[in-house]
Design a protein around this ligand. Sequence first.
Ligand code: GLN
Ligand code: ZN
Length: 758
Amino acid sequence: MTTVTNLGFPRIGAKRELKRALEAFWAGESSAASLQDTARGLRARHWTLQREAGVDVPPSNDFSFYDQVLDTAFLVDAIPARYRELTDADPLAGYFAMARGVQRDGHDLHALEMTKWFDTNYHYLVPELQAGQGFALRGDKPLAEYREAKALGIETRPVLLGPVSFLLLSKTVDGSPALDLLDALLPVYAQLLAHLKEAGAQWVQLDEPVLVQDLDAAARTAFEHAYAVLSGVPRPKVLLATYFGALEDNLGLAAALPVEGLHVDLVRAPEQLDAVLKVLPADRVLSAGLVNGRNIWRTHLDNALVLARYAHGHLGERLWLAPSCSLLHSPVDLDLETRLDDELRGWLAFSKQKLQELRLLADVLDARPQAEAGLAESRARIESRRQSPRVHKPAVATRLAALTAADAQRHSRYPQRHLAQAAALKLPRFPTTTIGSFPQTLEVREARARHKSGKLSDADYNAFLATQTEHCVRVQEQIGLDVLVHGEFERNDMVEYFGEQLDGFAFTKNGWVQSYGSRCVKPPVIFGDVTRPRPMTVRWSQYAQSLTDRPMKGMLTGPVTVLQWSFVRDDQSRADTCRQIALALRDEVLDLEAAGIGVIQIDEPAIREGLPLRRAQWRDYLDWAVEAFRISASGVRDATQIHTHMCYSEFNDIIHSVAAMDADVISIETSRSRMELLDAFVRFQYPNEIGPGVYDIHSPRVPDKEEMLALLRKAAEVLRPEQIWVNPDCGLKTRGWKETRAALEALVAAARQLREET
Ligand code: GLN
Ligand code: ZN
């Protein structure tokens, strides 16, 4: 009998029940007891669902009120001093204070820093550690959840973040190496493992995803040491889980650790199977990640079976089948997608369906006769997708094949373009502009919702948007900005807006994935070749331009960002999908230019987050990402000015590529770091124009003229004056009008004074 297992299940609930319960609790509208009830209900439902889908051993302790890394910090008492008083008085309140900060009852605590979980769109809270600190077992969450499942008659495998990954994902406030704390931490893990064994747990899963990254000698030694220590204590059997990539040079290390099982990701890295089988000791279980935990496609079961049969031949019952990683990164249940057409739905699989696929694979391996029907059904769906004219459009393939280097190349080099643009735009020195969006007030959001539900007609909605746009243009004129924007009132979200207008995109009803805490995103599904049936933004940009003599900046989301924030195809390379989006955007850019828009911004905030986990793969990614941006931007005349915008970015590692994008102007987020993020540009002698943000739009605080002027003077010390633009850090959609107006007035005043001074 082949065992089917799972590494983690989405905790938010198919209808985001946990989100609602959390937000009601935070708002003081419900009690802790009712939050706990919802959580217990979700856990029970999810364990049952997994069992019914055919999972032999579902995970436990994969549930979290906010984040599993925060849970781990809490569990080992890695609680920074500032939260102590709260966590001691009321653990749940203290836990949420670490997650979200708190500002009441005399407390004013900021939250732990948040950062991306490997290359996913999930964000974890970064534990704050300190040299010499202690750890202790605090609470009994893993134990309690194991028992909770057991009481329902379900044997689970508790999941814990492994000690080495925990330390490497943390930061130390004093800059000391986090791994120095390993010896202090291990006894807590040992104690916990002993409790789990006592409670009857057969297996425990220790997640060590850092094993798919480049590790230095200290980290490798830490692994050997940690697992040697843990092998000597009373504990359940350990499944060491790696995911999101290949073990590569860490394979020997991982396979030699004294544990009872190893999980490897065979979706991201199927090629590692042979090497894994060669080095895996003869008594070890191999959990084979064969179904993608990170997308929404049905698995190509015949391909998966090739790997499964091969592994089965070597391992027999020591082979377990599993998703590639925790299903945290997939939506819950495709059965709720009643609005998708049958054909498209037939191509998809969410968490529940992915587990059913694993059961089917196991049944095929075990030669169960009923498995054949399931396999045939799956084949038919895969074949329908492979042949569908909705997916494959010959014209797109032809256009992609005809791309040449010249398509990714502006007509002239920057210095010449600069002259043409200066003559066309006649801007003052230190020109002022904004990043695109203006306040999305309640009124705007309500009108959109009413339009969507059919309560507001197209005509009335468009009239409403026109009024908003006109108001926005007038305000910008009054403030005295140089390059205006239309305000983006017609957009809900910077990817969805474009996805809805492009062919090849679909939208789900409940395809939510947790991004952080109670926040979920519903990424569009790119299922087919991308085309642009008609212009997408020209109408609003053209209308806005008709209202003013000042240059109006067209506003687009770049190809890499659209790709990065969507579920993408698994039947062609990311690079090809990205090029298709780039070509559609190129047409839009040219239509904007033809409509008289002389400045066009192509936002690429997500370029950096697309970086692969291994440095060796960075070059390739950056090359096609930059090329895609350039394809979208390069059709225009010299006199048309192309802007780009990037936020949430560290630039040191990628400055070559950012420069290679060759935008005439880039705006970046620099105000929080007090211009530190500009260093990379200065060191590189970035040649084109640059707008270092001087207004932190994440805060309702209004910076005054002097504050922004000080930042600008800093920039002016290191950049050429004719390079510098004056703008906020990012779009203003989350701000209110009052603070926006005040801050932009100060921003314009700062630019004017700088013109006088310099
Ligand atoms: N143009 C977008 C806006 O202003 C950019 C958003 C972003 O960079 N995240 O809202
Ligand atoms: Zn931004």
